[in-house]
Design a protein around this ligand. Structure first.
Ligand SMILES: [Zn+2]
Length: 58
């Protein structure tokens, strides 16, 4: 899996399907957002789409 350098979305693609930014293999930790509208964590990391996200991407 790779993580988008901009929105941190985890994907197998070389480009993020959400924002079109490049993805990186250099990421740590992940969280699963199931309900972005009602999730405090989702708001904190500015996520508005459900899916898996990396905690930190370099
Ligand atoms: Zn992205």
């Amino acid at each position: 899996m790779k993580a988008c350098i901009r929105c941190k979305y985890l994907t197998k693609e070389d480009k993020c399907p959400l924002c079109g930014s490049e993805t990186s293999e250099n990421w740590r930790g992940f969280l699963i957002i199931l309900d972005p509208i009602n999730s405090e964590i989702a708001r904190k990391i500015k996520v508005d789409c459900k899916g898996k996200y990396a905690l930190s991407v370099k």
